[in-house]
Design a protein around this ligand. Sequence first.
Ligand code: ATP
Ligand code: MG
Length: 196
Amino acid sequence: MIKVGLMGGTFDPIHYGHLLAAETAREACGLDEIWFVPSYVPPLKPNEPGAGGDVRLEMVYRAIDFQPHFRAMDVELERGGISYSIDTVMELQALYPGRAFSYIIGSDRVNDLSSWHRSEELAKLVSFIGVERPGEPIDQSGLPSYIRERLTIVEMPLIEISSTDIRKRRSEDRSIRFMVPEKVYSFIMRNGLYES
Ligand code: ATP
Ligand code: MG
């Protein structure tokens, strides 16, 4: 079985927190590949993404660039509607047999795993790799056993970067340089993304 880590997210925009989480999980869990899957409409998020799907996907391509283990997948953007992970996993398993999938998620998403759409079924299809985010300790005791049994926590240097903060900085005309890869930075600046 080829071990694939799925990095789902809005990536609005993609930043170094996402990339380091992916690389840390890859090394710690011996994953063969990481697939970045931008959501069309993310569940559980109140606001629509600031940038369109094509633009967010383009930034993912620029961020992963020539990394040999990293790929971008447009399944959720192509499917449209609310991007439920269970639908994505079932689609990917049908399209790409012979792979074992796991979801790489930050601690904010680990703590709300049981509220994911059809989470019990999802936990039968994939395992979860959790990484900590600053100010968001992982509380395993709050998770149901069907998730705890499928969850591995890996240590990563805490990265206090979020897409929300990047969008806020842009709207206030403050710098986001070195929070995102240079090719993402130049794309954001050239296209005036997230300006107020
Ligand atoms: P937003 O502020 O818009 O929610 P975000 O920075 O949280 O953006 P998402 O696209 O929502 O990014 O996150 C995708 C995945 O990456 C989630 O599992 C999230 O927990 C994880 N993640 C995001 N930022 C970090 C970070 N700095 N460290 C570790 N994991 C992160
Ligand atoms: Mg988020």
